[in-house]
Structures are given as structure tokens and as C-alpha cells.
Design a protein around this ligand. Structure first.
Ligand code: UDP
Length: 327
């Protein structure tokens, strides 16, 4: 069976990717240091504990499993944290990815699927961002991901490393079968925090900024269901296996939701109002990030059919009520 090395396979998106890979007939091997991931989330193939910056360990894992491709999810991904400790992001994300990429090339594993982010585009107000938009990240998280994109391009030229780069917009929702879901410690993301506030696990959700230049004053983001997102990764893997060359794809729906609109939708799904307070803007947040998402649909044949806000909140709410790893 064809093995795929999944870094970050114990995390939110990586664990869903392992499930999708297994369903598509691949053998996912998780490589994760469990700093932000959960061993309970590794359900769909073997687990190899290790750090991205540990070249000897990576070499051993490549030798043992002989993957035909790498899916690289492992990263620190919090905008606020990256503003406070940029060195951590450059060391872990950029240094770690470089080590992984060099290990992959040395092992002759030349197909690489990379999780990048819309945060590489930065704050370009009132623009729908497509893959050709300029990249001017305004936080260290986005800057670290853009740097890794550059490394991949250089390694393609020098070593023939074929890669698909996915620039994610905001990922939400959970596996509808409840096997895996979103769980971070500490939690910083809007949807799980909102659900925590709904069922009393925290007092209230703080809305970060109500004075943005948007119709209701709150930030606008483009939310995509985690299952749709990982389906695109399987399509990206097929793209590489079909020798179609390196390519960048945005993964979003093209529809923006303000923080207030997400709160309103959650009210209609759960029949409960989220307790909220208004707070200051969070450093590093862009006003609006909405994807031009046509390329993935046209070229990969991607159909993000679970990515309605209602479905994402419904699936996240079900997981939230039943599925946490710490129970
Ligand atoms: N947000 C908020 N309160 C929170 C967490 C997030 O108002 O407690 C807002 C945040 O400012 C952003 C949106 O929700 O506009 C999505 O933030 P999240 O951290 O989920 O994802 P990010 O956009 O940083 O990737």
C-alpha cells in the first residue's frame, strides 16, 4: 500500500487528513511531537513520535516507512503568539520545515503537499485574494509560511521536489462521524471558543474589535469545512502522482462571514445565544480575508460541499458535545 508521511497527523487538520487518506486507499503514517497534537487523534495508521527539527529521527522514519509523499501539516499556527514570539515561529516552522524538506529529498521522496495560509497575503482590504495576489504577511505566522513556500520553490529547481501548496482560509467543523475534531490547548479559534461560551465552559466570547471597516465592524473571514479541506489534499496528492507539476491552490469558499455573522449563525443552529463581550483588536488580525477559490475547483475538481456555515457549526457542535480527547 502507498504510504504517506503526515507531519502533524495528531493535530486538528492532520488527523482529518489521515482519515481521508485511509479512506482513499493510502497508508498514513503520523509524525508528530505532540506539543499541540493528541495521541488519541492518531487512529488511522502508525504513529512516529518526533520533532521536525530532529533530522536523524526523520531519516529513520523515511527509511522505515518509505513514503511516496509527504503531507506537511505540523506547525505553530497562532497569529497572536507569533507576534509575541516570532523567533519560535521562524525556528519551528521555517527551521523545522527546512529540515523535513532536506530529509525528504535525501530519501528520494519528491512529492510534497504543504499547508500554507491566507495569512501570507496580509491585509489587502476589499480584495478577493487569488493565488496571484501579492503576499505581504503582517504577522510572523504568515511570514514563516511564506518563507517555506520559497524554500519549496528553490528545492523544486535544485532537486526536483514537486509540491502542491494549499493556502488555507479559516478551517472549521469536524468529522461528521465524530472520530476526530478540533481541540487545542489553549484554544484561540473563534468557533470552538464560541461553543465553549455556549455551554458554559467559559464565561463569554470576546469579540476582538468592533471598529473594523466592515458592515458590522467585525473582521471577515472565509470559513471552509475541515473535511472539504482534507479532500482537497487527497486531490493534490493525485495531482502530483499524475505528474501535473507544482502548483498553488487557495482553499476557501469565496464567501466571507463576519465574526458577528458567525455568532448569529451559531444561535440559529444551537438555539442558544453566545454570551459576548466586546474587546480591542487582536494584534496581527487582518480586516478581511476572502478567497478567490476557483482554481482548486477548476483544476483539482474540488467541490467543498460541506462548507456552509450551518454545516460547519453543526458538525463542530456535535464534536464539542461528545468527542473531546481529554474525556
Ligand atoms: N476572534 C474573536 N474572538 C476570539 C477569537 C477569534 O473575535 O476569541 C476573531 C478573530 O479576530 C478573527 C476571527 O475571529 O477575526 C477568526 O479568528 P481565529 O483565531 O479563529 O482564526 P485566524 O483568522 O486567526 O486564523
Amino acid at each position: 500500500m502507498n504510504t504517506i508521511l503526515v507531519t502533524g497527523g495528531a493535530g486538528y487538520i492532520g488527523s482529518h487528513a489521515c482519515k481521508a487518506l485511509k479512506a482513499a486507499g493510502y497508508a498514513p503514517v503520523t509524525y508528530d511531537n505532540l506539543v499541540t497534537g493528541w495521541q488519541d487523534a492518531v487512529k488511522f495508521g502508525p504513529f512516529e513520535h518526533g520533532d521536525l527539527q530532529d533530522r536523524a529521527r526523520l531519516d529513520m522514519v523515511f527509511q522505515k516507512h518509505k513514503p511516496i509523499a509527504v503531507m506537511h501539516f505540523a506547525a505553530l499556527s497562532l497569529v497572536g503568539e507569533s507576534m509575541q514570539d516570532p523567533g519560535l515561529y521562524w525556528r519551528n516552522n521555517v527551521g523545522g520545515s527546512l529540515t523535513l524538506i532536506e530529509a525528504a529529498v535525501a530519501a528520494g521522496c519528491l512529492n510534497f503537499v504543504f499547508s500554507s495560509t491566507c495569512a501570507t497575503y496580509g491585509d489587502q482590504d476589499n480584495v478577493v485574494l487569488d493565488e496571484n495576489s501579492a503576499q505581504y504577511p503582517i504577522n510572523a505566522y504568515g511570514a514563516s509560511k511564506r518563507a517555506i513556500e520559497d524554500i519549496l520553490r528553490d528545492f523544486e529547481v535544485a532537486h526536483g521536489l514537486h509540491h502542491v501548496i494549499f493556502r488555507y482560509f479559516n478551517v472549521a467543523g469536524a468529522d461528521p462521524e465524530g472520530e476526530v475534531g478540533e481541540f487545542h490547548r489553549p484554544e484561540t479559534h473563534l468557533v470552538p471558543l464560541m461553543l465553549d461560551a455556549l455551554d458554559g465552559k467559559r464565561d463569554a466570547l470576546t469579540i476582538f474589535g468592533t471598529d473594523y471597516d466592515t458592515p458590522d465592524g467585525t473582521c471577515i473571514r472565509d470559513y471552509v469545512h475541515v473535511c472539504d479541506l482534507v479532500d482537497a489534499h487527497v486531490l493534490g496528492l493525485h495531482w502530483l502522482r499524475d505528474d501535473k507539476g507544482s502548483r498553488v491552490f487557495n482553499l476557501g469558499t469565496g464567501t466571507g462571514f463576519s465574526v458577528q455573522e458567525v455568532l448569529d449563525q451559531s444561535h440559529s443552529v444551537t438555539n442558544r445565544a453566545v454570551p459576548c463581550t466586546e474587546g480591542p483588536r487582536r494584534p496581527g488580525d487582518c480586516t478581511k480575508l476572502v478567497s478567490g477559490s476557483q482554481r482548486a475547483k477548476d483544476e483539482l475538481g474540488w467541490t467543498p460541499n460541506r462548507s456552509t456555515m450551518k454545516q460547519m457549526i453543526t458538525d463542530a457542535w456535535r464534536w464539542h458535545q461528545t468527542g473531546h480527547y481529554d474525556r
